[in-house]
Design a protein around this ligand. Sequence first.
Ligand code: CMC
Length: 378
Amino acid sequence: MTDTDVHKGLAGIVADRTAVSKVNPDTNSLLYRGYPVQQLAAGLSVEAVALLLWSGELPSTQELAEFEEFERSHRGLDPKVREAVDLLPADCHPMDVGRTAVSVMGANDPHAQTSDPAAELQKAKKLFAAFPAVLAYDQRRRRGQDPVAPRDDLDYAQNVLWMTFGEEAAAEVVNAFRVSMVLYAEHSFNASTFTARVVTSTLSDLHSAVTAAIGALKGPLHGGANEAVMHTFAEIGIRPGETREEAAARSREWMENALAEKRKVMGFGHRVYKRGDSRVPTMKESLDAMVEHYGRHELMGLYEGLESAMDEATGIKPNLDYPAGPTYHLMGFDTEMFTPLFIASRIMGWTAHIMEQRADNTLIRPLSEYSGPDERSL
Ligand code: CMC
């Protein structure tokens, strides 16, 4: 084997086929089951997108209504999950809470080891419905607040905000949140999805695959970037009331220094998209709406200053995590909750891929080129 046979990071390797989504960096587009994600984000509910990703087709009115009823009746925080979360230190990372919660859900699901297509779909639906209560409970317990029970008169997006903040969110806020959930739902063979497929390929169960995927998503080179963006903003200094121009000047200077120090700035760059992430313009519109809604123009100044300085110096564009981070911040989510929100959404994509992998499985097991010492004797 020569050096050129080694594909570090599997960059450029096509590992399998998928009908779930298509990322096309040449046309800067992303299709879920053939539909441009921008069109889906323009008006579809999160619940409808979930059904599309799982089944391959948009649901009929009746299918959607049945799923909405199912989802609303499976939103409650399971007492066993709550007990397990309560055992975790209040200062552990919320991604550890999310990972533990899914593992506990699996251990308590009587059908966890059954993996025929119907059972698998049922588990995916239950996980999608049940996970938001975990993150809402976790943010509230960290703040010393009592949990808020779900409401079955609210849709998915409205209810996540309700359970987290204990008040009904404004329509603009619900819409921005819905858009973020749709955009985060699926992105082909990214690191966490591939992790889920690797675990599934061993014929392990759905909850194990999702638990492993959460571990992969936690890292700042993947999902953890959305919270890292807010750490960058905090390092630069968030000064409510500052003008957009003043904030932009400060963030530009910060970026110039960061690049001079060869720092990697989270929220920029992408393994597949090299000319910009197809999801950013749609998410940016939601961020714009939140900046207007909350009257926090200095945050947009910080955003634009970093973006323009990075572009001028390197040509590297923002990825989805860049506008999503400040959007969640404005809504009132704690920074550490941003990646668990990504879990809530990506459960749709992960489980669609788990089902696809299981339907036509081959064990995923690459080779390695040995680089240790030549054979030797004791
Ligand atoms: N800041 C500064 N330089 C960067 C960045 C960045 N964010 N991203 C790439 N570069 C530079 C990198 O230093 C390298 O330069 P050089 O060739 O001089 O060494 C060059 O661009 C290529 O970067 P790479 O890391 O080798 O490229 P990759 O395809 O392996 O990495 C990436 C893709 C996403 C890991 C990388 O862009 C990165 O680390 N970005 C920051 C983390 C981030 O925002 N992740 C979220 C990804 S999108 C949402 C998701 O999937 O969760």
